[in-house]
Design a binder for this molecule. Structure first.
Ligand code: APR
Length: 280
């Protein structure tokens, strides 16, 4: 497996001191924010990585701009492009990554205070992360309704439509609206519990951010809510958000899966992590 360690380009504080403080109990309430970057190694492309990200592959669909594919106003008159790519976004029977397994291990050790995920793939639950510790800020694929009249739509018909890349339509003939999964589109509001849960970030003693470009609000604002003096660790291919502005920021730039393996090595959890992931 990939064991190369990845350099932690850190200012004050570094990955070793974070690991030490987890081991000695000074860090025990870890708040996590994840994005598409933790699912790329499971086979789900992210959105903004050059060439491999979804938004660089949408030219054939002739959208006014890439993110229109997830905008409710565009979907309401042109749902076809969304269903053209739905299958590639849907987890189907994909296996969670070792990064998901690391978060499950944090929960198992009573160290996961709360996880905000921007992802809709649901791999957090498959990895065994307790659902009461997770907020799917951008919704998920679990249910679907007519975008117009909100009538529910059967799961099996939805699965078939996603598989075939066809637009499913409202069961009420007189309505004719396209069916939309319960994911949060641009132009829609996040689940109401997002506002309730935001304050949880201030209760954390480590802010861990993984696999996100921090380009989409309001999730992108969460890392800034970490209390002053609380270490913030970014595990990501690239710098993101305001990481680096605080002296306690630590950035492990590289693949998430390598970063969590390095962290597990420092914590003495590596075998436990690999086993947990294998059994996921
Ligand atoms: N390891 C580490 N970082 C990775 C990896 C990886 N294997 N793969 C990708 N990344 C990084 C990219 O460099 C990028 O910084 O993860 C980030 C992914 O950013 P985006 O593609 O913008 O995804 P995300 O931040 O989750 O997007 C937020 O935008 O399109 C909307 O609603 C959608 O939830 C999504 C939101």
């Amino acid at each position: 497996e990939a064991t190369e360690s990845i350099p932690s380009t850190s200012t004050q504080g570094d990955i070793e001191s974070i690991a030490d403080n987890i081991k000695n109990g000074h860090i025990s309430r870890i708040v996590v924010l994840t994005g598409a970057g933790i699912s790329t190694s499971a086979g789900i492309p992210d959105f903004r990585s050059p060439t491999t990200g979804l938004y660089d592959k949408l030219a054939p669909l002739k959208l006014p701009y890439p993110e229109a594919i997830f905008h409710i106003s565009y979907f309401s008159h042109s749902p076809e492009p969304f269903y053209a790519i739905a299958r590639a976004r849907h987890p189907g029977n994909l296996k969670p990554t070792i990064s998901h397994a690391f978060l499950a291990l944090l929960a198992k050790k009573g160290l996961l205070h709360y996880l905000f995920t921007q992802n809709i793939d649901g791999l957090e639950e498959d990895a065994g992360i307790p659902t009461d510790k997770v907020l799917w800020a951008h919704g998920n694929w679990k249910s679907q309704h007519c975008w117009k009249c909100k009538t529910e739509y059967p799961d099996d018909l939805m699965k078939r439509a996603i598989h075939n890349g066809e637009v499913p339509y409202c069961l009420k003939a007189e309505c004719g609206g396209a069916i939309k999964p319960n994911v949060v589109f641009f132009g829609q509001s996040l689940p109401k519990e997002f506002d309730e849960k935001e304050k949880v970030v201030g209760q954390g003693d480590l802010m861990l951010v993984m696999g996100t470009s921090l380009k989409v609000a309001p999730c992108s604002t969460l890392p800034r809510l970490a209390n002053k003096g609380v270490p913030r660790l970014l595990i990501n291919m690239e710098k993101a958000g305001d990481f680096g502005n605080r002296k306690e920021d630590v950035c492990m730039l590289g693949p998430c899966d390598d970063g969590v393996r390095r962290l597990a090595d420092l914590l003495g959890w590596r075998d436990e992590l690999e086993t947990l992931w294998k059994d996921a």
